[in-house]
Design a protein around this ligand. Structure first.
Ligand code: SAH
Length: 196
């Protein structure tokens, strides 16, 4: 997976490549789909949600510019896999999931596997985590309509990166926002960001 799906397709951050090689992706999946863990696509995780394709996880983690000591926010914990990868390359991760049962499962698994620098919260991530702001990077793993939730921009430190898939005119793109500027990264398919 690391060589064929990631390195050969532009992922060149050593920490991200190491994390993708180390985190056991199959353990974050329901047992009946574990055989699909390392294929080049998204995989269902229950509650109608999916775990992103390995390349997307690696790409978003790399573009978040992870560094030791940095604090990152992830909106859309899902299985907890993306948070586990991110946690290997930065200081601490706060991750929020609106499906309580997914949040609970991810929290238990991350604790069992020893990812001690990840805090899992259940609730509406479009409000962010104001009590832990500002964040050095924010990653949204569900698609927003037109614009990322304003609370997330407010909780980003100056110079920090917000990565968010955005749907505009029927097309979904992963977008990178920084200091009021935006840049389209790649066309994507994500589950919808559901704000309460
Ligand atoms: N990063 C995940 C992929 C998650 S899929 C992984 O590695 O497995 C996107 C997730 O975003 C889904 O689990 C969905 O329930 C969640 N989600 C959608 N809207 C949300 C919101 N407003 N707040 C928090 N989570 C949300």
């Amino acid at each position: 997976m690391v060589d064929r799906q990631l390195r050969s397709r532009g992922i060149d951050d050593d920490c991200v490549l190491r994390a993708m090689g180390e985190v056991p992706r199959e353990l974050f999946l329901p047992e009946d789909v574990r055989g699909d863990a390392y294929r080049d696509g998204a995989v269902p995780i229950g509650a109608g949600q999916t775990m992103s394709q390995p390349w997307i996880v690696a790409c978003m983690t790399m573009l978040a510019e992870p560094a030791p000591g940095m604090r990152a926010l992830e909106v859309g914990t899902g299985s907890g896999y993306g948070a586990a990868v991110l946690s290997r390359c930065c200081g601490e991760v706060v991750t929020i999931e609106r499906h309580a049962e997914l949040a609970e499962r991810a929290r238990a698994l991350l604790a069992e596997l020893g990812y001690a620098n990840v805090e899992v919260r259940a609730g509406d991530g479009s409000r962010g985590a104001p009590d832990r702001a500002p964040f050095d990077s924010i990653l949204v793993t569900a698609v927003a309509e037109d614009e990322p939730p304003p609370a997330l921009r407010e909780q980003l430190r100056s110079g920090g990166v917000l990565l968010c898939p955005v749907r505009r005119d029927g097309a979904e793109q992963l977008m990178r926002f920084r200091d009021g500027e935006e840049q389209a990264v790649v066309p994507v398919r994500f589950v919808p960001l559901v704000a309460e």
